[in-house]
Design a protein around this ligand. Sequence first.
Ligand code: GLN
Length: 200
Amino acid sequence: MAGELTPRVGILALQGDVREHEAVLAALGARTSRVRRAEELREIDGLVLPGGESSTIDKLARAFDVREPLVARIREGLPVYGTCAGMILLADRIVDGITGQQTFGGLDATVRRNAFGRQSESFETELAVSALGDPPVRAAFIRAPAIEETGPAVTVLARVADGRAVAAEQGAILATAFHPEQTGETRFHERFLAVVRAAG
Ligand code: GLN
C-alpha cells in the first residue's frame, strides 16, 4: 500500500460524520476504509478523525482497545487529519473536557472544547487561509473548538475574526476546528493526501 499512487486512508468510525469524509476522499482519488479495531490500523497510510463528540469517541476508542495502538501510530508519524472533535482528540492538552476525558495527542496545542459558546454554537464563515491561496475557505463551525495555545512546532493555518486559531498543522498532523467536508471545500483533504503520499 504505502508508496502506491492511491493511498489508503482510514476513517476512525466509532462515532461522528464518517460518510462525508469518505465522499470527499473518494472524490480526490483515495481509497478509504473504516477503522474501529487495532488490526484495521495496520492497513492504512493515513487516518481521518471525524467530527462528532470527542468524549464519546475517546470512550469508545478505549472500549474497542484501539486507543493505545492509535496513539502509538500517531507517535510513529502516521499522517492524521482531525476535524472538530477530531482536532480535540489530536490535542496534547484540552480545556473543558468532561471528567476523565483523554485525547490521543500528537498536536502540541491546548484546545478548548465548545469554544464558541451558546449563541454561535453553529455558524458558517469565510476564512482567509494563506497556505491554501484563493478563494477563502467556507467554514462550517458546529459546537466547534478553538486552539488556545500552540508549541513551537505548530503552524497556525487559519484564525477567525477575533484572532482565535482554528486550523493548524504539525509535521504529518493537520487539524481544523471546522468541517470542510460539509461545505464542498476539498483543499484541506488535498493537503492531507499530499502528506499521506509523501509519507508513503
Ligand atoms: N463539541 C464537540 C466535542 O466536544 C465537537 C463538535 C463537532 O465535532 N462538531 O467533541
